[in-house]
Design a protein around this ligand. Structure first.
Ligand SMILES: O=C(O)CCC(=O)C(=O)O
Ligand SMILES: [Fe+2]
Length: 519
C-alpha cells in the first residue's frame, strides 16, 4: 500500500533509481556482446571475401584451407556461444533481489493510485483532458499522459466496476491516440472497453455504435461480433430504442455523455464544495469571529502569547498560529516515518480496527518519552487548551498520499459505539488538537460540512475544537473530513484529549473554558 503515503513513494523513486542503473548496466553488457559479435563478423567477412575473389587458388593453399575449416568449427562455436549467452540473466537475478529488499509497488498500489486519481477528478471537478495534460486546476505539474497511460487508467476503473470513469478515460485515450505519431495503444482495445462500459452504463445504441466502429477497423475481432449481436438483440427487446444514426465524422464521441454516477447525498455535495473552496462559512457568522492573543496567566506565554484565530463560533473552532517549530516538525516526521502503517478505522459493530477506502493515509503513534520535542508539543497542547494531558492519547502522526483523504466522521464515540475507547478507561474524546506540519499547495483542507467551516493547512498552526458539549453529549456539528490532497504532501499530527480528569478544567454548563477567561 505504497500509494497511501507520500513518504513511501519517495522510497519507490529510489527503487527506480536502482532499477534504472541495473537496466543501464545490462544494456551496456548486451552492447559489449553485440560489439564483439560485430567484430568477429567483420573479420570473417574480410577473410571470406578474399577467398571468394579466386576460389580455386585460395582453396589450393593448405593454410587457407585450414583457416576456413577453423572458422567454421572452433571460431563459429565461439560465435554461437556468444549468441546464446544470456547476458540478461544475471541482471534479472539482481533485480529480483532488489525487489525483495526495496519498496516495490504492487498491482494493488497501481489500482489504489488510479482510484485516487479518479477521486481527485470527482472531488475537484477536474477536466479529464487537462488532467491528461498534467494540469491540476490550471497549474502544470507533471508530464503529459500518453494514450496508453489513459487507457490503463480506464482499465483500472473497469476492473473496479467503475464504468463512468472507464468511459471518461477511454475517450481521453482515444483522443490522445489520434494525435500520437508513435501509437502507444491499439484503437481496437480502446473501443472494446469503451463499448462495454457504455453498455454497462445503460446506453445500448452507443455501445452498438462503438462495436460497429470496432468491427470496421478489426473485422475478425474475437468478441466484437458476438457483442454486436447481443446488443442488437437487447435493443430489439427494448424495441423503443433506435440505433443511432451513422454519423461518420463524429468518430467515437456520439453526442451522449457518460451517465453520471449515483446522486450524491447533500452532505457529500457540501463536503466537496467546501474542499473546492466554493462554499465558505456564512458571512454573518464570519463577521463575528475574532483574532486575539492569549497569555492565560502562564508566565511562559508572556513573551510569546498564543496567536489565536477563531474559525467558527459554535462549536468553537480555534486556530493557533506558530505552535509547532520547524525543528519539532522534523523530529516528529523522522520518528514517525519508520513506523508508518496504513491508517485504520474502528468497525462500527465489532470495534475492530480495519483499513477502509474512506480513510487513506499512513500513521504512527509517538510517546512523550521518545523525544523532548514530542513532550514539548504535548505540554503546549496543555497550555493551549487548559486541559490535562494525563488521559490524552499519544501523538498521532499522519501523512497523506496521492488523493489521500478522510471522509466525514466524528472523532468522538457515539453512544451506540460501546466498544470505542473502552479499554482506555478515560472516557470519550472530549477535544481534538490537529497540528498542520506542512503546507499543502492544493487541496487537503479540514472541512466541517454541518456548519460549512473549513480550515486550510498551514505549516506550524493547529486547529482545536471540543467534540463534546459540556454535558458530555457528542456535538454532531463537529463532523469533519480531510479533503483529498490534490498536490503536495500533507502532514498532520493530532492529540486527542479525553474526558477523564477534565471535570474541573472544563466546567460543565455554560461557563466558558479556561483559555477564554483570560482572552
Ligand atoms: O487531516 C485532517 O485534516 C483531519 C484528520 C482527522 O480528522 C482525523 O485524523 O481524525
Ligand atoms: Fe477527525
Amino acid at each position: 500500500e505504497l500509494y497511501t503515503a507520500i513518504v513511501d513513494l519517495k522510497e519507490v523513486l529510489q527503487t527506480e533509481t536502482v532499477l534504472l542503473n541495473a537496466l543501464d548496466n545490462y544494456i551496456q553488457a548486451e552492447q559489449n556482446k553485440l560489439d564483439l559479435l560485430q567484430k568477429y563478423a567483420s573479420i570473417y567477412k574480410n577473410q571470406h571475401s578474399e577467398a571468394s575473389e579466386d576460389v580455386e587458388t585460395f582453396i589450393a593453399n593448405p593454410i587457407n584451407a585450414y583457416l576456413l575449416v577453423k572458422r567454421l568449427t572452433t571460431d563459429w562455436q565461439n560465435v554461437e556461444s556468444l549468441m546464446t549467452m544470456n547476458v540478461g540473466q544475471d541482471y534479472l537475478k539482481n533485480i529480483s533481489v532488489y525487489k525483495e529488499h526495496m519498496k516495490f509497488p504492487t498491482d494493488e498500489d497501481l489500482n489504489g493510485a488510479a482510484v485516487a486519481l479518479t477521486r481527485l477528478q470527482d472531488t475537484y471537478k477536474l477536466d479529464t483532458s487537462a488532467l491528461a495534460r498534467g494540469e491540476l486546476n490550471g497549474v502544470k505539474y507533471s508530464s503529459e499522459l500518453t494514450a496508453a497511460d489513459c487507457f490503463e487508467l480506464g482499465r483500472q476503473s473497469y476492473n473496479n466496476g467503475d464504468y463512468y470513469h472507464t468511459q471518461l478515460w477511454m475517450r481521453e485515450a482515444d483522443s490522445r491516440l489520434a494525435s500520437e505519431t508513435n501509437k502507444t495503444v491499439e484503437k481496437s482495445d480502446i473501443l472494446e472497453y469503451l463499448a462495454f462500459s457504455t453498455y454497462k452504463q445503460g446506453n445500448l445504441p452507443l455501445a452498438l455504435d462503438l462495436t460497429n466502429k470496432l468491427l470496421d477497423i478489426f473485422p475478425t475481432h474475437p468478441r466484437a461480433y458476438g457483442n454486436k449481436v447481443y446488443y442488437e438483440e437487447q435493443i430489439q427487446k427494448l424495441n423503443n430504442l433506435k440505433i443511432k444514426g451513422d454519423d461518420e465524422s463524429s468518430d467515437i464521441y456520439v453526442n451522449d455523455e457518460p451517465a453520471v454516477p449515483k446522486p450524491e447525498t447533500p452532505e457529500r455535495e457540501l463536503y466537496e464544495q467546501l474542499c473546492r473552496g466554493e462554499v465558505t462559512t456564512d458571512i454573518e457568522i464570519l463577521s463575528k469571529l475574532r483574532c486575539y492573543y492569549v497569555r492565560n496567566n502562564n508566565p511562559y506565554l508572556l513573551l510569546a502569547p498564543f496567536k489565536i484565530e477563531e474559525a467558527y463560533p459554535e462549536p468553537k473552532i480555534m486556530i493557533f498560529h506558530d505552535v509547532m517549530s520547524d525543528s519539532e516538525i522534523e523530529t516528529i516526521k523522522k520518528l514517525a516515518k519508520p513506523r508508518f502503517k496504513r491508517a485504520t478505522v474502528q468497525n462500527y459493530k465489532t470495534g475492530e480496527l480495519e483499513v477502509a477506502q474512506y480513510r487513506i493515509s499512513k500513521s504512527a503513534w509517538l510517546k512523550d518519552e521518545e523525544h523532548k520535542h514530542v513532550k514539548d508539543v504535548c505540554r503546549r497542547v496543555r497550555d493551549m487548551t487548559g486541559l490535562t494531558m494525563e488521559t490524552a492519547e499519544e501523538l498521532q502522526v499522519v501523512n497523506y498520499g496521492i488523493g489521500g483523504h478522510y471522509e466525514p466522521h466524528y472523532d468522538f464515540a457515539r453512544r451506540e459505539e460501546t466498544h470505542a475507547f473502552k479499554s482506555l478507561g478515560t472516557g470519550n474524546r472530549i477535544a481534538t488538537v490537529l497540528f498542520y506540519m506542512s503546507d499543502v499547495p492544493q487541496g487537503g483542507a479540514t472541512v466541517f460540512p454541518g456548519i460549512k467551516a473549513a480550515v486550510w493547512p498551514k505549516k506550524g498552526t493547529a486547529a482545536f475544537w471540543y467534540n463534546l458539549h459540556p454535558s458530555g453529549e457528542g456535538d454532531y456539528n463537529t463532523r469533519h473530513a480531510a479533503c483529498p490532497v490534490l498536490a503536495g504532501s500533507k502532514w498532520v499530527s493530532n492529540k486527542w484529549i479525553h474526558e477523564k480528569g477534565q471535570e474541573f478544567l472544563r466546567p460543565c454548563g455554560l461557563t466558558p473554558a479556561p483559555f477564554e477567561l483570560t482572552a
